[in-house]
Design a protein around this ligand. Structure first.
Ligand code: PEP
Ligand code: MN
Length: 346
């Protein structure tokens, strides 16, 4: 339920609500928006419990949250969540572009690609060290050595790093080496992993499952949020349909639907959603026009010889064109690309 406070409510009155929730064995999440302060209370919120909050000082209204996801819903938090990733802000007016290879292959490849995507205007570097491959005989990634190379690429270029992990035992090391932890489509409903990253407080890029509905994606986000991590970004990466001309079908609808239902930033991955480099730019433009807060794009120096996903990887010059066009579309819909800044290295 949502406990909407009067605009004049004092800190003492707000604290009393949170204490009452604790006392009843419920979990309270405070959200201070521009216009109102709301205490979201999760747990047993039957009418008999709701009425106990109704009469408390400073309370304007107590309303049930109608959606199965609570913390992820716009009802809970009307204002957009901004996820800070070092100097970058995901989810505000500015659009950020993450780019890099599907897999980290070797030192030269990742360092040169990092420089190339930075030159072209990328804001962050992607690269997989742990690869969730359909076949056990396909390249599985370099593992921890790949994380070390990504960290080196960050040192050299100042680009924040986005990389996928597949197991709980990798959460700690990933928080040391990367700026954003990606949860891939195949692990969207790995609830133990969602629980673990929910306790990490590290920014998370949660990809939509191959055959998952929008509500299932939001329920997975809810797992992360409910364990205390509010830094969640969602990623539409295409869904399984009967169409075979493309690897997946980009659910462009998902972008405005998600923006309507949730306050979390929405990123589009037109590389996996199309599976062919020829279509990536067009769908990237469509995504920004539809309201995406960012893009994640696969870029390879030599796509024909890529260890994974070469068919959908752009060469750096094609990626530079995508960035220019993304900028034009962003401006046409009243937004802009994030400035390309340096990561403040610790
Ligand atoms: C990837 O980003 O390389 C990847 C494996 O993506 P997805 O989980 O969307 O298939
Ligand atoms: Mn890939």
């Amino acid at each position: 339920m949502l406990i909407i406070m009067h605009s004049t409510a004092t800190q003492t009155q707000i604290s009393a609500i949170i204490e009452k929730a604790d006392h009843l064995g419920l979990r309270a999440h405070l959200s201070r928006g521009f216009e109102r302060t709301v205490v979201g209370v999760i747990g047993d919120t039957r009418p008999v419990i709701r009425s106990q909050f109704q009469g408390m000082d400073g309370v304007r209204e107590v309303v049930p949250i109608t959606k199965p996801y609570k913390l992820a819903s716009r009802e809970f938090q009307p204002d957009d969540t901004i996820v800070p990733v070092n100097h970058l802000r995901f989810g505000g007016d500015e659009i950020a572009i993450i780019a890099g290879p599907c897999s980290v292959e070797d030192r030269t490849q990742i360092i040169e690609t990092a420089h190339a995507v930075k030159e072209a205007g990328a804001h962050a570097l992607r690269g997989g060290a742990f690869k969730p491959r359909t076949s056990p005989y396909s390249f599985q990634g370099l593992g921890v050595a790949g994380l070390e190379l990504l960290a080196e690429a960050r040192e050299e270029t100042g680009l924040p790093i986005v990389t996928e992990i597949m197991s709980i035992d990798m959460v700690e090391i990933a928080t040391q080496y990367t700026d954003v932890i990606q949860i891939g489509a195949r692990n969207m409903q790995n609830y133990n992993l969602l629980h673990a990253v929910g306790e990490s407080h590290h920014p998370i890029l949660l990809k939509r499952g191959l055959s998952s509905t929008i509500d299932e994606l939001l329920m997975s986000a809810e797992y992360i949020l409910s364990h205390g991590n509010r830094r969640v970004m969602l990623c539409e990466r295409g869904i399984r349909t009967y169409e075979t001309a493309t690897r997946n079908t980009t659910d462009i609808n998902a972008i405005p639907v998600l923006k309507h239902r949730t306050h979390l930033p929405v990123i589009l991955d037109p590389s996996h959603s199309t599976g062919h480099w020829e279509y990536v730019n067009a769908i990237a433009r469509a995504g920004i026009a539809a309201g995406a807060d960012g893009l994640i794009i696969e870029v390879h120096l030599d796509p024909a010889n890529a260890a994974s996903d070469g068919d959908q990887s752009l060469k750096p010059e094609k990626f530079a064109k995508l960035v220019r066009e993304a900028k034009a579309i962003a401006e046409a819909v009243g937004r802009s690309l994030a400035p390309v800044g340096e990561l403040a290295l610790a």
